[in-house]
Design a binder for this molecule. Structure first.
Ligand code: HEM
Length: 513
């Protein structure tokens, strides 16, 4: 009996080995094993999934790959980096590609919030979100609080770091800045997270843990994470704890804001705008919506800023051009103030100088630099859609119900056949036409904020935060990367820098420039 099982085992090993050797050279990057499919490779490459996918597309000279999981699982992905496919899925025939139940299941902590919603529920929520984010009151409120946080918290923290002269993780500081802005914009609260003591925050930890667990849910067959959830172990245990923490925070914010509004307090926070809407809104709906905004808006903006600083610091000629553009705005303001006889005030205000939304709105080069860093490092590197009815994508790929379509924003931004042979270079100039305006045609291949009816509702909010912070920091401080650090993309739903962004800062100097 023992001999028989040894012979059988040897046969299985021999079969797997010969199969592997035969297929290795052909499609080494995407190896479908008998029975278990592509699962080993997905698990092995999960730590570097975006780079791996981009490599696969370039090496195999393909725009779309089909990945199948174990035969007993429902794991079947069509991964694409073809802009025509992306536009078709996100825009042209978008009703055929809902998020679907599999997506909702994985993001269940967001309940029925807009991110998880499809069809009628989605369009009602989209309308609400639009009227909030586009309202003049909210935009003015957001610009105001962002400027105040930059001025009263971010700048003083950087001055302190400059005076110490030691290195620190700029991504951590930026993440504190975006958290502070998000909490102020959503609930009107001061989180205290952007203070020199670098405090911990339970809500932040909860959101981080939830994001990690959700990513893992995408990598393994559903029964694996469901079993872990049932057993309350590993990432699923942390996910459940994160869920409870988020509920506690949100419950308190909602009841406090309802109370304040009853007392006639004037406020334009996102939560207050939602409560004031003529529709009857339940606490559960508010909880799901606010958590969605907090999850969708915070890390994404941190990432957008972190990679921007990384690229700008690595490319001093780009930094010089941004400073030149900012210098023009600054001088114009100074001249205007001088003409208005505001000299005394100018002397006290020139350092540190804090830009406002109006100052940075029309800056073409700064905007182009952000487009370029969002192309190379899209904060949401992958997007996923379900399939309602069988359909054929523009490149001829057939998709069927049960499949997940994965849109690789990261790979789209790095394909030589889209951006040219210099696609890996940081070149803001590529976004600017000869007449000095932004190339809107090229924008249609930038998927960082998605495309079509489900384009990010927080895009303007993100740009306001990113541009105000970036312009003000670059203008007042010289930011220097710590030599020799090696960074990569953290395996998460958003492309955070791993392990962080170590820098030293120096004040650029006081006095009128
Ligand atoms: C640089 C920053 C940001 C990036 C790169 C980004 C990116 C994206 C992307 C790619 C989507 C599409 C997701 C999908 O189709 O499932 C999306 C949707 C969304 N974003 Fe953003 N986002 C950013 C900032 C924000 C901010 C600040 C907020 C608001 C507070 C926000 C709120 C949302 C919401 C609510 C959706 C869902 C829209 C819908 O399904 O109709 N985002 N974002």
């Amino acid at each position: 009996m023992e001999l028989l099982s040894q012979v059988l085992l040897s046969c299985v090993f021999y079969f797997i080995l010969t199969w592997y050797v035969k297929h290795k050279n052909q499609r080494q990057l995407v190896l479908h094993w008998p029975l278990i499919g592509v699962l080993p490779q997905l698990v092995l490459n999960m730590h570097n999934i975006n780079v791996w996918l981009a490599d696969v597309f370039v090496s195999l000279r393909t725009r779309t790959i089909h990945l199948k999981g174990p035969v007993f699982s429902k794991l079947e992905y069509l991964v694409t980096c073809d802009p025509e496919n992306l536009r078709y899925v996100l825009k042209t025939n978008f009703t055929n590609f809902p998020k679907g139940p599999e997506f909702n299941e994985k993001f269940d902590v967001l309940g029925d919030g807009i991110f998880n919603a499809d069809f009628d529920s989605w369009s009602t929520q989209r309308e609400m979100a639009h009227s909030c984010f586009r309202s003049a009151e909210f935009r003015a409120f957001l610009a105001d609080i962002t400027r105040k946080i930059v001025q009263d918290k971010l700048i003083p923290l950087l001055i302190l770091m400059a005076s110490k002269g030691s290195s620190f993780d700029l991504q951590d500081v930026l993440s504190r800045f975006t958290f502070e802005t998000t909490i102020a914009a959503t609930y009107g609260r001061d989180s205290g997270y952007l203070s020199p003591e670098f405090p911990t925050n339970e809500f932040v930890e909860a959101v981080d843990n939830a994001e990690e667990a959700i990513l893992y849910r995408f990598a393994v067959p559903a029964f694996v994470w469901k079993l872990m959830r049932w057993l309350k172990v590993g990432r699923e245990k942390k996910y459940a704890e994160a869920w409870a923490t988020a509920d506690a925070f949100l419950g308190e914010f909602i009841s406090q804001t309802r109370e304040e509004l009853l007392q006639g307090v004037e406020t334009n926070t996102i939560l207050a705008i939602y409560i004031k809407s003529p529709k009857q809104i339940s606490d559960k709906f508010l909880r799901d919506s606010m958590l969605t905004f907090n999850l969708a808006g915070r890390d994404t903006t941190t990432v957008g800023l972190s990679w921007f600083f990384w690229l700008v610091c690595k490319n001093p000629h780009v930094e010089a051009k941004i400073l030149e553009e900012l210098g023009v705005v600054f001088s114009a303001k100074m001249n205007k103030a001088a003409a208005a006889g505001d000299e005394g005030n100018i002397q006290t205000r020139v350092w540190p100088w804090v830009f406002d939304e109006g100052d940075v709105k029309g800056l073409v080069y700064l905007h182009a630099a952000f487009c370029e860093s969002l192309r190379l490092y899209p904060p949401v590197p992958l997007n996923s859609k379900g399939v309602l009815k069988e359909d054929t994508l523009p490149d001829g790929s057939v998709v069927r119900p049960g499949m997940q379509i994965i849109l690789s924003h990261y790979a789209v931004g790095r394909m030589p056949w889209i951006w040219g042979d210099n696609c890996l270079e940081f070149k803001p100039e590529r976004w600017i036409r000869d007449d000095g305006t932004l190339d809107l045609q090229l924008m249609s291949n930038l998927f960082a904020f998605s495309n079509g009816p489900r384009t990010c509702v927080g895009k303007q909010m993100a740009f306001t935060q990113m541009k105000l912070a970036a312009a003000t920091l670059l203008f007042n401080f010289h930011i220097e990367l710590v030599e020799g650090q090696s960074v990569s993309i953290k395996p998460s739903l958003v492309s955070l820098m791993n392990p962080g962004l170590m820098v030293r800062v120096k004040e650029r100097g006081r006095g009128v420039r």
